[in-house]
Design a protein around this ligand. Structure first.
Ligand code: OGA
Ligand code: MN
Length: 298
């Protein structure tokens, strides 16, 4: 995985503030104090958190936005942190009933060839078998567009397939609403988080155009997300990422350490005629995160 720090620190070197926080929020026994996690749902002068309607030049509600499962843009809010310019946390973006649509896409369509998943290396673990056998928790990542090479930590021109058109439209719409008009979705990593799974600390630096924002969509259950600095010695900010949250990272925030030390179930999804009960069941205990990135200078 994008796993820069999974090895333990040398015995005589002190644990970094980032690694210490990761351990704290990952711990089951004792569990972390959840009240220390920033909710980011109301302005907080002490912490420099500001919540406001998304300042946007796009006000029209189009039929395409509704097809993508989006609320009218004038209902979206943005949370920012004064000390971390380059973070926008958008909320109110998705209509409640559309979360399962995107989860369904991530579980059923996106893992199909020519897209690449962690299951591809094991010929005995095809997606259809996993659906039949009910062990969807074996699916851990899917790459779309340019397929990220986990070993070389790069995107190669030879390894690329078409980017899904619905995710392309979603990403362009959200980016434009947030003021990033020229954003071109070229690659995505879908990370699947079964209960107890984590994503260790890393910096995403493989994209060739780091001036572009990175869009991160969360669906399903809730994560504690650690937003650190460029140095692991900087104390990271823990925040909740909930279903439907869109985190946009740009500028200096493109190159900071971040991690997901914990996923926990708190959000019930009800059965719905429109969705396979397997998807609803999955949503009730797992989290899916889609990070959409532009690779090239377009
Ligand atoms: C990533 C990533 C964060 C998340 O895929 O690079 O940092 O919220 N994901 O799952
Ligand atoms: Mn990342």
């Amino acid at each position: 995985m994008v796993d820069a720090y999974s090895g333990d620190a040398a015995p005589d070197s002190p644990m970094s503030a980032f690694k210490r926080a990761f351990k704290y929020y990952k711990s089951r026994n004792p569990p972390p104090d959840m009240s220390t996690v920033w909710a980011m749902d109301e302005s907080d002068v002490g912490r420099g958190v500001r919540i406001s309607p998304l300042p946007t030049s796009i006000h029209s509600a189009s039929s395409e936005q509704a097809e993508l499962g989006l609320n009218p843009i004038d209902q979206w809010t943005v949370a920012t942190i004064d000390s971390k310019p380059g973070i926008m946390l958008l909320r109110g973006v998705f209509r409640p009933e559309s979360h399962l649509y995107w989860l369904d896409r991530c579980l059923r369509a996106y893992p199909e060839a020519p897209n690449v998943t962690n299951l591809d290396a094991h010929s005995d673990q095809k997606l259809t078998q996993i659906w039949r056998g009910g062990d969807l928790n074996r699916l851990r990542w899917t790459t779309l567009g340019y397929h990220y090479d986990w070993l070389l930590k790069e995107y190669r021109d030879e390894s690329r397939s078409p980017f899904p058109s619905d995710l392309d439209a979603l990403s362009r719409t959200v980016a434009a609403a947030a003021g990033f008009d020229g954003f071109t979705p070229e690659t995505a990593i879908v990370n699947y988080y079964p209960p107890k799974s984590t994503l260790s600390g890393h910096v995403d630096r493989a994209e060739r155009d780091l001036d572009q924002p990175l869009l991160s969509f969360s669906f399903g259950q809730t994560a504690i997300y650690l937003s650190g600095g460029t140095s692991l010695d900087e104390e990271p900010t823990p925040m909740f990422l909930r279903s439907g949250d869109v985190l946009i990272l740009y500028g200096d925030q493109r190159l900071v350490n971040h991690a997901v030390p914990r996923v926990f179930a708190e959000r019930p999804f009800s059965d719905s005629a429109a969705f396979d009960p397997i998807v609803v069941n999955y949503a009730n205990s797992n989290r899916v995160n889609i990070t959409v990135r532009q690779v090239n200078v377009c």
